[in-house]
Structure formats: C-alpha cells, structure tokens
Design a protein around this ligand. Structure first.
Ligand code: 4AD
Ligand code: MG
Length: 446
C-alpha cells in the first residue's frame, strides 16, 4: 500500500482483506490494495460502533477503513492503522478460493481472475506494467518512433505456417478468397516486422510493441499462442549494431527493474529462485558473449553431453541446446549469430559465404531464446531469389520489395518476447504465469 511514511491522523484506506485475527480486546486485519506487496495492519478495538461487523470481515472481503496511522508495537511493520470506523464494501465468504495458505501456480491458473490478488501474481503484474513503461522509455529516449503495425494481416512474416486465420461468422472459412471479408485470406499477425521495415525505411528508427499470435502446437512452458513482442527496426544498421542495441535494451530493462521493482525482486529471490538477483546482476555487469552458429555447434558437439535432439550443422538449435550454451557453457547470456540460411525466414540478409544469413538470437540462462533478429536483405535481386526459394507470391510482397526498389538501405531489427523477458526478470518458470490470461493449446478461458 502507498502510505505516508509518518504517523497521520484520520486516514482512509481501501483494499482487500488478506487475514483477520481476533484477540480479547480487538481484531487485527491485514489489508492490501494491490499497489505493493506491503499491506497494512488494521487494529480495530472491540469498543468501536462497527465491532458487531468483525465476524463478517473474512479473507477476500473489500473494506474502507478510517483511522489514525500510528507507530506499531509489532515487529512486522513500522506503522499500523488504529481504526475508528470500518465499512464492508463487498463481503466474501468461506468459498473464496484464496484462503491464507500456499497455492500451487497450477491451481492459481484455474482462477486467473482472482490470482492477481496473490503476492506472487500481483508482483508479476506490477513488474509487467513497469517493464512495459521502461520499454517505451528505452526507445523514446533514443528517438525511436512507436509504430502501430496491423494485427490483421495478409503477410506471413516468419513463413512457419503458424498463422491463425481470420474469418467472419457465420459462414466460416469462405471457399473462394474473393468471398472473404477482406477479399483475400487474412491472419492474426505473427510479427510486425515487415510493416515495421516500411516505417524504418521512412522514419529511421522505429519500434512496435504489441500482441502477436502463433498457432504453434507446442505445449511448453515458454510458448504461448498470444504473446507480446517488442520489435525495433533500424535503418542504416547492420547485424553488429543490431546485437549492440539488443544487449543495451536488455540491460536497460534490468537496470529499470532494479530501480522500480526492488520489493518484488526481493520477493522473487526469496520465494521463486534464490539465484535470481545474482544472475540478473551478473547479466548487467558482463558483456554478453558472442559466438557464431558454427562455433556454437562445435561447442555442443564437443560438450560430451547427450542431448535428446542430435546436434548437426544445418539443424535448428533446440531449447536444450540453447540452455546448455547459456547456462552451462557460457554461464551468461550469449548472442549466437550467422545461422544457416536454410533454417531461417526469407528476409534475412545473405552472408558472403552463400550458406549463412546475418541472423542473431540472444539466449539466456533458464529460458534459451529471448530475442530473435537479423540484418534484412536490402538487395532486390537476392531478396527476390530468396522469396522464390520460399515459394512466396511476388505480387503479395510487391510492397515489401518496393522498399528495395526505391532508396533501399541496410537495415536490421529484432523481436524481444515480452513474456520470455518477464520470465527471465522474475524467475517465474512458466509463461502462463507472466501473462494475465494465457492462451495455449486447448486454453482460451476468459
Ligand atoms: O524469433 P522470432 O520468431 O522472430 C520474429 O518474429 C522476427 N520477425 C522478429 C524481428 O526480427 N522483428 O520471435 C521473436 C521472439 C523470440 O525470441 C521469443 O522471445 C518470442 O518472440 N516468441 C515467443 N514468445 C512466446 N510464445 C511464443 N510462441 C513465441 N514465439 C516467439
Ligand atoms: Mg526465433
């Protein structure tokens, strides 16, 4: 609760009851309004006119309390509120699911509408809000323009066939494209990058920060069907500049985290992951390691580890490989770059070796990939060849190739998964617990 730091007479507070405990002469109520982990102890004497209400003040009820904020004799708090009047705004009964005891995160997911009232989820969502603000600060301070790229799109940025189709009811999927609402098939965006490129090639440095959708049927702790992505796009920028900005971006956010969320960090470090603060501090203090994909494959092959998925040049790195690199080998975030072109989307810039593209992924301990980015192919002939290779209809992407036809410039960008970042920042190990209402295969409650 945001309270005066000094004693104060006649203060009114409002919040939800965490616990109530009765003594012979008074009742103690722990009240929390969600603004911080710190609640307020209310001491209500049995001589007050509202005393007959005390038995109805149950965990989960909402109250308005007036009283004097005075020094507390108790060890847990500096100040407490000596009530003069208590009003029950909304009662709660014994069916309230968040009775004072530990709850598993699995159980809390089944009551996603009530779980922000817990210390854990309340902390996560306060951090989420402050980090969203810090993201805007990072880019705005550097002169990036915030661009709202479309949610409904006819372009497939990643080419991974993981798009949710948009259709109108009641007809469902039209049999002919011209019967479609938009006269062509449309999808929920998997990335704002392509449209972001158009704006970077006009305004210089831009970023998007919005919801992103992927129909990946992977039921893992780090994949959601709806997540938020931060996507900067920078004109006159190469892969090196891209990697530098990504590192600066992550470090800026961690600095803001230490500054704006000290209580929450302390809480996570105590109850979620005792190595969290040390790991975040280490991430801030050290330059990120950088390694080419080819060298990373070598490290994996020579590691002597038996991985579930085999490692070989030309294959995607699996989560277990990414985590081995970040957690065990480098023991810090690591940026892997220059991936084989065969495993990457069409828009990445081909390197002179003809085999790799100027791609980069930032991998962090505990999660694996948190950022994916690249320098974009700015040469029209090479882009057209890559599109043909990926079977993309040149007419659909005419606008995108125009960016190379008229005043093409080297440019680069990346996507930072907001939920993956929050998992890293809080130590929370499941993506379902860092997004208010998770959408995963089989789950779209609420
Ligand atoms: O690596 P990805 O697929 O890259 C892109 O979409 C590029 N167009 C970004 C760009 O260059 N502008 O996704 C970027 C990041 C990943 O590193 C990961 O953090 C997150 O988005 N991400 C997911 N987060 C949660 N659930 C999923 N299903 C995710 N898929 C990707
Ligand atoms: Mg990726």
């Amino acid at each position: 609760m945001q309270l005066p730091s000094e004693p104060q007479k006649n203060l009114t507070v409002q919040g939800w009851v965490r616990t109530r405990r009765d003594s012979k002469t008074c009742t103690f109520i722990e009240l929390n309004d969600g603004s911080s982990l710190r609640g307020l102890q209310i001491v209500a004497d049995n001589s007050l006119a509202c005393a007959p209400l005390y038995p109805q003040i149950l965990t989960g009820a909402s109250l308005r309390v007036t009283g004097d904020l005075v020094p507390s004799p108790g060890a847990n708090q500096a100040l407490e509120l000596l009530a003069t009047d208590i009003e029950i705004l909304g009662p709660a009964d014994s069916t309230y699911p968040l009775q004072k005891k530990g709850h598993t995160t699995e159980f809390l997911r089944t009551i996603a509408h009530l779980r922000p009232r817990t210390n854990l989820l309340g902390s996560v969502f306060r951090v989420r809000s402050r980090m969203a603000y810090a993201i805007h600060q990072f880019f705005q301070e550097r002169g990036f323009f915030y661009i709202h790229t479309p949610i409904i799109t006819s372009s497939d940025c990643e080419g991974a066939g993981e798009m949710f189709r948009v259709t109108t009811l009641p007809t469902g999927t039209p049999s002919k494209p011209e019967d479609d609402f938009f006269a062509k098939p449309t999808y929920l965006t998997v990335s704002g990058q392509l449209q972001g490129e158009a704006f970077a090639c006009a305004l210089g440095n831009i970023y998007t920060f919005g919801p992103t959708f992927r129909a990946e049927n992977s039921n893992t702790a780090r994949h959601a069907a709806e997540f938020w992505m931060i996507e900067p796009e920078m004109a006159f920028c190469n892969l090196e500049g891209d990697m530098n900005t990504a590192e600066e971006n992550l470090k800026y956010l961690l600095t803001a985290l230490f500054k704006t969320c000290p209580e929450e960090l302390e809480f996570f470090n105590k109850f979620i992951d005792k190595t969290l603060v040390a790991r975040l501090q280490h991430t801030l203090d050290k330059p990120f390691q950088r390694v080419t994909y080819t060298d990373a494959v070598d490290i994996l092959l020579k590691s002597g580890k038996s991985f579930e998925y085999p490692v070989s040049w030309g294959q995607n790195l699996q989560s277990e490989h990414e985590r081995f690199l970040a957690e065990e080998h480098f023991q810090s975030p690591v940026t892997v770059y220059n991936y084989p072109k065969t495993i990457k989307p069409f828009y990445m810039r081909q390197n002179d070796d003809g085999k790799t593209v100027a791609a980069m992924d930032v991998l962090v301990p505990g999660i694996g990939e948190i950022i994916g980015g690249s320098q974009r192919e700015e040469r029209l002939d090479l882009l057209e060849a890559a599109m043909a290779h990926h079977d993309l209809d040149p007419e659909n992407y005419r606008w995108y190739t125009d960016l190379r036809r008229y005043g093409s410039v080297p440019h680069a960008g990346y996507g930072l998964g907001f939920e993956r970042f929050l998992m890293f920042a809080t130590g929370v190990s499941n993506i379902r617990d860092v997004i208010p209402f998770a959408r995963t295969p089989g789950h779209a409650e609420y």
